[in-house]
Design a binder for this molecule. Structure first.
Ligand SMILES: [Zn+2]
Ligand SMILES: [Zn+2]
Length: 552
């Protein structure tokens, strides 16, 4: 770790998550012995990360410096910004700052973890300023697919940094509250050292459509649906809940939420006034299931094809409370997160097979992005006029694309930092340079706990799932180490063909040969390698091979 020299203090920007990937956003700002954390997100696993529930940032740097953490600001209530909050709070005792809705959604999460009393939550409204250590943090409103999102103007002794959070420039947002253009212009008047801006849609030309374009598409669904309508979205997409509710009102249907997180989020958003559903329109899922199919619209989670979500279970006929019935209309109001496309297509096919009519993004405009497209990104750069630019939130291709947009609007290449998680960026005397590298990888969370499963375990699960395993059990004579019995060979998930018997017989012969010729203690390891290449040469598959020895 670099040493602090107080006479030449610098601002350090430390990306812990969300740079070089989509999800688990987390950024730390450090000035001398003070750290401000922005967002604590999670990321959902890709197809091939077997048995992993979700992934959180590696925030070892914060643990090593936990006494320096002055505060945690959460920009909005989406999982990729809030989802790791309990993991962070378990180890770091710092106050949290968020707008009312974001705070409400955090409270639900924290209460579920049973750590409600310890958490120090502070409400800050858009337009307000809080002092967190040496950081003066101004919250400004941004449009996104959830109400009450903010970007941050962070005045540090080294200069003003603008951190956009997730944003778009929607002139007609669902909640009628556009992004605070005036504040952005005011920042540029004061002089902005650096802009850190959302890159999620940096490869999308033009302007992201307004959330309002969904309304006519929803109307069409309500007009034509013969049976139930089941909407699927993220549990934290409060704006979309509002649009479904509005359409339900317009078309005289009742609405019900299914799934704990969705029910809880809707409840808190209604209580705080961010979700307006008339009392006589909202019914419980139990009531909804007793009504005639034409009278109800349900809303639930599982747009990413997650097998354990309600939509995932509906697609496989394993949902406990209700099933798809022929005539249902399912609306997937979302866009697959990169890596989930295959799961999503599979879920859509299964839903069709069960008799549902499925409407998704490429069929009708039932979803628009909550993120700025290229023209909005250029507008942001023009409004803020930063000296330095650092693209955040996105895979490397998005960060690169965002950087090239910045170059187009006149920011010189040497003032743009394209970095991924773990690469520290430092500002001193108005100059930017790259700092050291710190850990910035994945921490896997699964049923067994946090971080107990590493990338090597996930790789092993992949191999097991793909090619199965072969277990060879050898019974050896204690002194001579010669085989005293036929080797026992067990396979699972490897071969099930008519040739399997021949293959196992050949394998057994090879084992006997190899064991009887072996004269050193490395026999076990050598045999595993020999069997691996033999099995690959015969089957073009690479099962895991285990050799166990017992002596008698
Ligand atoms: Zn978001
Ligand atoms: Zn996000």
């Amino acid at each position: 770790m670099s040493k602090n020299k107080s006479n030449e203090a610098k601002l350090r920007i430390i990306p812990l998550g969300g740079l070089g990937e989509v999800g688990k956003n987390m950024m730390a700002y450090q000035y001398e012995n003070n750290i401000l954390v922005v967002d604590t997100g999670l990321m959902f696993p890709e197809n091939d990360m077997l048995g992993i529930d979700y992934i959180i940032p590696d925030f070892q740097y914060l643990l090593d410096n936990r006494d320096k953490v002055r505060g945690i600001v959460i920009t909005h209530g989406h999982e990729d910004h809030t989802g790791a909050i309990n993991h962070v709070l378990e180890q770091i005792n710092a106050p949290i700052y968020a707008t009312p809705l974001t705070r409400g959604l955090l409270e639900v999460k924290i209460a579920r973890n049973g750590s409600g009393e310890r958490a120090r939550l502070n409400t800050v409204n858009a337009g307000e300023t809080v002092q967190i250590g040496p950081f003066t943090v101004e919250f400004f409103h941004v449009c996104h697919s959830i109400p009450d999102g903010v970007g941050l103007g962070i005045t540090t002794p080294a200069g003003l940094v603008v951190h956009t959070g997730d944003y778009k420039f929607d002139h007609t947002p669902v909640d009628n509250w556009p992004t605070d253009y005036a504040k952005l212009a005011e920042f540029s008047d004061r002089g902005v050292l650096a802009l850190l801006a959302d890159s999620t849609n940096a490869d999308k030309p033009g302007w992201t459509p307004s959330e309002r374009v969904i309304d006519p598409a929803f109307d069409e669904v309500f007009r034509t649906a013969q049976g139930r309508i089941i909407f699927a979205s993220f549990a934290s997409l409060i704006s979309r809940m509002q649009q479904v509710a509005n359409a339900a009102v317009r078309h005289g249907r009742k609405m019900a939420f299914a799934g704990t997180s969705m029910v809880e989020n809707a409840k808190i958003a209604r209580k705080l006034g961010y979700l307006d559903i008339p009392d006589d329109v909202l019914v419980s899922i139990d009531q909804a299931l007793k009504m005639s199919p034409k009278q109800v619209a349900l809303m639930t989670t599982g747009t990413q094809g997650e097998p354990s979500s309600i939509m995932g279970r509906l697609s496989t006929g394993t949902n406990r409370q209700f099933d798809i019935i022929p005539g249902d209309t399912v609306v997937l109001s979302s866009h697959p997160i990169p890596g989930n496309e295959e799961n999503v297509s599979r879920t859509i096919n299964r839903l069709f097979r069960r008799g549902a009519n499925v409407i998704y993004e490429s069929i009708a405009p039932v979803h628009v992005s909550g993120h700025a497209s290229q023209e909005e990104m250029k507008l942001m750069l023009h409004l803020v006029k930063p000296r330095y630019f650092m693209p955040i939130h996105g895979e490397l291709r998005h960060l690169k694309q965002h950087a090239s947009l910045a170059k187009q609007v006149g920011i010189p290449e040497e003032r743009i930092a394209i970095v991924e998680n773990g690469q520290v960026v430092e500002f001193k005397n108005g100059e930017m340079r790259l700092g050291e590298r710190i850990p910035g990888g994945y921490v896997f969370v699964d049923g067994s706990g946090v971080g107990e499963v590493g990338p090597s375990v996930v790789r092993e699960r992949e191999v097991l799932a793909r090619d199965g395993f072969v277990l060879v059990n050898l019974m050896l004579e204690r002194n001579t180490c010669r085989l005293i019995d036929e080797p026992e060979i067990i396979t699972r998930g490897f071969v099930h063909t008519p040739e399997a018997d021949d293959l196992l017989e050949a394998t057994r012969k090879l084992v006997v040969q190899t064991v009887n010729c072996a004269s050193n203690g490395r026999m076990q390891n050598d045999l595993e390698q020999t069997l691996k290449s033999f099995l690959y040469s015969k089957t073009k598959r690479r099962p895991m091979v285990f050799v166990t020895l017992s002596q008698a």
